[in-house]
Design a protein around this ligand. Structure first.
Ligand SMILES: Cc1ncc(COP(=O)(O)O)c(C=O)c1O
Length: 397
């Protein structure tokens, strides 16, 4: 088997299961999970109906490129949401079976294995697929710490020029998982300029772009930054978007990649061999979801309510702050993060994720140390209940 498989780390939730197995939570308290980033809000009934209405399409093979109606729906959504002057649904959009699959597959197609010292540069903490995708593509991940001192963004200016020279792919995650940090136009513009100068690809994972606090400005995206700079070919740039968080459809497995046609053309070729065409009933249900914004606004409203209530309860006992976007709180803990998560589970039957399960130690710095990630994915009442139990736990320390 491929020896690079041995470089893959256990997934954070495997580590978490082991941590929790050592203790027993109180039987009288129902379990509340703030650990997995799986939205618990109901998925839209009209999307479910579109699946049912189109179930007979199981009879047809889908194409890798997908239905022209799906690509044009996505292009229209991108144009509206990110005020793009132009985006070509034929050459600049490909539907994908969720961004996890696409991030992994794109990395395989993008890395030039003839360069033995190829780097894939990633934020730290990070979504673990970036790391595994880099290893299996024959590259080495290079992690940039995202620390509170720099508003949880990597300090790109501190990266040595030889790293940029070896970099083939730079992952951005905005809004960030787990920090919620959002890149500004100025930051995107600097990175686009850097990618031009050193000839690497910018891959912007934007699957949380629609989860932001009501009344705040919608997060900017990489294509939007390109458009503002007059770069309508999106040279060197791709973005990943998903219906999982936006529309509470993690089980639909539907998203897209969009951007530079010169990158998407070979990626489409890769995908035809990879065999990952989206089923037709999924495509038709996705069209319904991308065309509706009302359910997305309602979703945001629920997250806004949860953030307000949870921050009110926790802020007297923990240094919690509203993040720019996403549904996560990235909370500094008064004790070691693993002990915090384990004892919180043991005493209050609430699960949170130790920050260090989402990060790596580089130069003795681990940005996930003494932090936990809380995903406000449960219902409003359950999140409030969880916050009260976390507060009681912290007060007991
Ligand atoms: C940062 C980030 N990217 C990508 C994904 C994958 O989402 P999906 O494959 O459901 O689109 C997730 C899911 O949790 C995530 O947190």
């Amino acid at each position: 088997m491929n020896p690079d498989l041995s470089k893959l780390q256990p997934y954070p939730f495997e580590k978490l299961a082991q941590l929790k197995a050592a203790v027993t939570p109180p039987a009288g308290l129902p379990h509340i999970a703030l650990s997995i980033g799986e939205p618990q809000h109901p998925s839209p009934a009209f999307v479910q109906q579109a699946m049912i209405d189109n179930i007979s399409r199981l009879e047809n093979y889908p194409t890798t490129k997908g239905l022209p109606e799906l690509s044009s729906t996505i292009a229209n959504w991108l144009q509206r949401r990110f005020t793009l002057e132009t985006i070509d649904p034929v050459t600049q959009v490909i539907p994908v079976n969720g961004t996890r699959e696409a991030i992994f597959a794109f990395t395989q197609a993008a890395v030039d294995r003839s360069q033995p010292d190829a780097l894939v540069v990633s934020p730290n903490p990070f979504y673990q697929i970036y790391e595994g995708a880099a290893y299996l593509a024959g590259a080495t991940p290079y992690f940039l710490p995202c620390l509170a001192a720099n508003n949880f963004h990597p300090d790109y200016k501190a990266v040595p020029a030889d790293v940029w020279e070896r970099c083939q792919l730079l992952f951005l995650c905005s809004p960030g998982n787990p920090t919620g940090a959002v890149l500004s136009f100025e930051q995107f513009a600097e990175l686009i300029e850097l990618a031009d100068r050193h000839n690497f690809i910018l891959a912007s994972d934007e699957c949380y772009s629609e989860i932001y606090v009501d009344g705040k400005e919608a997060p900017m995206g990489l294509l939007e930054a390109c458009a503002r700079m007059g770069r309508h070919d999106y040279k060197n740039c791709v973005v990943f978007h998903s219906l999982s968080k936006r529309s509470n459809l993690p089980g639909l497995r539907s998203g897209f990649i969009a951007g530079d046609a010169a990158l998407l053309k070979p990626f489409l070729l890769y995908r035809t061999y990879h065999g990952c065409a989206m089923p037709l009933q999924t495509q038709l249900a996705s069209i319904a979801a991308w065309n509706d914004e009302q359910h997305v606004a309602e979703n945001r409203d629920l997250y806004t309510q949860k953030f307000r209530a949870v921050l009110d309860i926790l802020s007297p006992v923990l240094p919690v702050q509203q993040t720019d976007a996403s549904f996560y709180l990235w909370v500094e803990t008064p004790i070691n993060e693993e002990t915090f998560a384990q004892q919180l589970f043991a005493q209050q039957n609430v699960t949170v994720l130790p920050g260090s399960y989402l990060s790596r130690t580089v130069n003795d710095i681990n940005p996930g140390k003494n932090r936990v990630r809380m995903a406000l994915v449960a219902g409003v009442d359950e999140c409030i209940e969880a916050a009260q139990r976390i507060r009681a736990f912290v007060e007991s320390l």
